[in-house]
Design a protein around this ligand. Structure first.
Ligand SMILES: Nc1ncnc2c1ncn2[C@@H]1O[C@H](COP(=O)(O)OP(=O)(O)OP(=O)(O)O)[C@@H](O)[C@H]1O
Length: 339
């Protein structure tokens, strides 16, 4: 495919003896929404800075929209809109005035800067609030205005660093919907870094799990969760109306069913681990045996599970050590709990 917009080839960045980014290769395609996930200090910001040509790789190459980010940073900046995790505005000016000012700084021609600013304000859902001073803007509104700042230069790519930090759940959902919509309508390529797993899961086509400067896993959620099913098995839990009378006999019988790897019987619950999804056959069998069924639950793997499993080191030969894994888990859960 020749629609690669962001391309990192064996990129390493060292700060003294510290390898902040370690031999990273990545391709992001036109119109894709890619989520860069990782704990504090993983190397996300360093990677973004190299994409923007704001810091040079120690080794390897970064190309954005066909330009070498190190040798052609100005060309890259014309194509890329970057929104940092905290965007500042002039509080005493209205949102529209702020945006017009940013438009001018970005070289939008004088005869179209105001009309373009108004149009972008409508696009990000601030049409009714464009005359308000930004001092009166909520955090969610400021994020939308930050997005407007990025869009006014009509970029091909937008890079958003923790765009949902500090916004309430409805605001987050709306903001991510907006990004998805913009990506679909305008063919925008989006790279966003985040700790919000559930939100990333809703909006990103692909994610990369990044720790200690290395990409541990990369793919869409279905592929990554498929890997977990293959490894962990398919788990189905059936809840019965009554307690199983003879658990030992039932256990021996069910274990011999095709694809069943393990059966766990506790009171009214049967938990099956299988090499493929045989939920309907399991339910049929229990009904045939005369049991009433009050519940059936199939384990689904979400991004949380994918995250956990990759950090348990089960799916890669990665060398991430115990200390950094527990650091990651602590920092991830700490931030996650705050939401
Ligand atoms: N200018 C610098 N000089 C020295 N070390 C640096 C510099 N910038 C970053 N680092 C180190 O490089 C590593 C990666 O940092 P980076 O900011 O890229 O991580 P991050 O994933 O963006 O973290 P966060 O989520 O906290 O923003 C960290 O150990 C950091 O201390």
């Amino acid at each position: 495919m020749n629609d690669v917009i962001i391309e990192l080839d064996s990129v390493t960045k060292c700060y003294g003896s510290l390898k902040a980014v370690d031999n990273l290769s990545l391709r992001i395609h036109k119109g894709e929404i890619f989520g860069l996930l990782g704990p504090n200090g993983a190397g996300k910001t360093t990677t973004i800075l190299m994409m923007l040509g704001l810091t040079e790789p120690t080794a390897g190459h970064v190309r954005v929209c066909g330009y070498n980010a190190t040798t052609q940073p100005i060309a890259v900046k014309k194509k890329v809109g970057y929104m940092p995790d905290s965007v500042g505005f002039y509080d005493g000016m209205s949102a529209l005035e702020n945006l017009v000012y940013i438009g001018r700084l970005n070289g939008v021609p004088e005869n179209e800067v105001e009309s373009r600013a108004r149009e972008v304000m409508e696009q990000v859902g601030l049409g009714n609030d464009m005359y308000k001073k930004t001092a009166a803007y909520s955090r969610g509104m400021k994020q939308r205005l930050g997005l407007a700042d990025v869009l006014i230069k009509q970029p091909d790519v937008i890079i958003l660093d923790e765009p949902t930090l500090g916004i309430d759940p409805t605001g987050i959902r709306d903001f991510l919907q907006l990004i998805k919509q913009l990506s679909l309508q305008q063919g925008l390529t989006v790279l966003l870094s985040s700790h919000h797993l559930h939100h990333v899961q809703q909006v990103c086509d692909r994610v990369g799990i990044f720790v200690n400067g290395k990409m541990l896993a990369e793919g869409n959620i279905d592929t990554l969760s498929g890997n977990l099913f293959n490894r962990e098995g398919y788990t189905t839990t059936i809840t019965l109306e009554e307690v199983v009378a003879d658990a030992t006999v039932l256990d021996a019988e069910l274990k011999h069913l095709d694809a069943v790897k393990q059966v766990l019987i506790t009171d009214k619950q049967l938990s099956f681990t299988c090499s493929r999804d045989i939920t309907p056959a399991l339910v049929r069998r229990m009904v045939e045996k005369g049991y009433g069924i009050t519940g059936v639950h199939k384990k689904e793997y979400g991004l949380d599970d994918i995250y956990q499993k990759y950090f348990e080191n089960n799916l890669t030969g990665d060398t991430t050590d115990e200390k950094s894994r527990s650091f990651f888990q602590k920092s991830f859960f700490k931030r996650h709990k705050k939401q």
